[in-house]
Design a protein. Structure first.
Length: 422
């Protein structure tokens, strides 16, 4: 049985059994099972994810920025690719955050009863004590990157990301001065080490996802057992909000840019990319879709190979604007669920972290989940809330991967249409 089916079954079983036993929450033996058996299972799963977040984010960002900066034969292409990536990611996150603020998918539910009351009070106190935007901007540059890494899970992840981006630029510049690819045409040793670190982190993620169905059941059961079925009433509204944002990005933003900047009919462009979209949707992996994207870009879209190969290869990791939208919506949704009113500065922080996190998100199924946890925790949203969305994440992962891959092809078309290309 596929993992997404197991997660869905675990979610439904957790809701059903937890809700059924909710009236008996006062029974000592049930409370003991919930506290001493199921809660540790859920926490072990979360900690398994958390323990690889810092090395995964740092290695992914450094390697991603290095790949963007190493193309000395295509400096203009690299610059325009980065510009369009930031533009589309910013647009997607803005769309998602506007939708979630207007539609308020999590406002009908607030986990503020029972044991969660004190936690919500702490969250509200943290929100009231939010730093001014000017101080937040200053603290983006870490005085001690190692300290930021140590405190990354306590809200210091964004400064670590900024350091990783600057460090990646420095590595690409040093490598460029030595012939761009080092001796023998290979990447520098440091880059290859970081790639292996990233691969090792993803192996751990895959291992953790094997435990995900049991962990989802444990966390969701405890939630339903403690708070009843009302906790899941807004989940469908959340899914609709995410999908609506992705559709606006795909058929609104992408279509407008194709028509105005690339001078290409959007419907014809989308029609030529149908097989890529279907493959991306079915695999939920940008990396797995890359070979097909390269083939379609050259064969059907007739994009210059020297541009499409660069843009699509880098974009499979660095351009994840569908994922960025998902992360922004999810964090604000969970904040609403926990009754936390985020300030404008905090929402801007979520937006910036979601955009930057797109570069550090793995192009594999479930690769964005660790980043969502970090972005959420940076504004005080409990990571346990992720259990609410794990059961529907596979479907949303398929949707946002199709938008991610579509964005790569759109950027390749936009860069190819610019005059004076390399």
């Amino acid at each position: 049985m596929k993992l997404h089916n197991k997660l869905a079954i675990a979610l439904l079983l957790g809701i059903a059994l937890g809700a059924m036993l909710h009236p008996y929450a006062g029974a000592p033996w049930l409370a003991a099972i919930s506290t001493h058996v199921l809660r540790p299972i859920g926490q072990i799963f979360l900690r398994t994810i958390f323990m690889i977040v810092v090395p995964m984010v740092f290695s992914a960002l450094v390697v991603g920025v290095y790949q963007l900066g190493r193309g000395h034969d295509l400096p203009g292409v690299a610059g325009r690719t980065l510009a369009f990536t930031l533009l589309l990611s910013s647009t997607s996150v803005a769309i998602g955050m506007i939708l979630v603020n207007v539609l308020q998918p999590g406002a009908g539910l607030q986990l503020s009863a029972g044991d969660a009351a004190s936690g919500v009070d702490v969250l509200r106190a943290n929100a009231a004590a939010a730093q001014p935007l000017s101080d937040i901007l200053i603290q983006l540059i870490p005085r001690n990157p190692l300290e930021s890494a140590v405190r990354a899970l306590d809200g210091e992840m964004l400064p670590l990301m900024v350091f990783a981006v600057i460090f990646g630029v420095a590595v690409s510049q040093i490598a460029g001065g030595q012939g761009a690819r080092g001796q023998g045409g290979e990447d520098p040793v440091l880059v290859r080490v970081l790639e292996q670190i990233f691969d090792a982190c993803m192996w751990i993620v895959h291992l953790a996802m094997r435990l995900a169905p049991v962990a989802v059941f444990a966390i969701v059961f405890n939630t339903a057992f403690t708070f009843g079925t009302g906790v899941f009433a807004t989940l469908l509204f959340y899914v609709v909000t995410v999908v609506a944002g992705l559709l606006i990005q795909q058929f609104g933003v992408y279509a407008a840019l194709l028509w105005t900047a690339a001078r290409r009919p959007p419907l014809e462009f989308f029609r030529n990319c149908r097989e890529v979209y279907l493959y991306a949707f079915s695999t939920a992996s940008s990396n797995a879709t890359l070979p097909l994207s390269l083939d379609v870009a050259e064969r059907k879209l007739r994009l210059p190979p020297q541009i499409s190969r660069f843009v699509l290869t880098v974009g499979s990791t660095a351009n994840q604007n569908g994922t960025a939208l998902f992360e922004g919506v999810t964090v604000l949704f969970l904040a609403q669920v926990y009754g936390l009113d985020l300030t404008l500065a905090q929402q801007i922080r979520v937006m910036v972290m979601s955009i930057v996190a797109g570069i550090g998100t793995a192009g594999v199924p479930g690769g964005s989940l660790p980043m969502v946890m970090i972005v959420a925790q940076s504004v005080g949203v409990p990571a346990e809330g992720m259990a609410l969305i794990l059961g529907v994440d596979r479907f949303l992962d398929m949707c946002r991967t199709a938008v991610n891959v579509s964005g790569d092809l759109v950027i390749a078309a936009l860069v190819s249409a610019r005059p004076g290309r390399a």
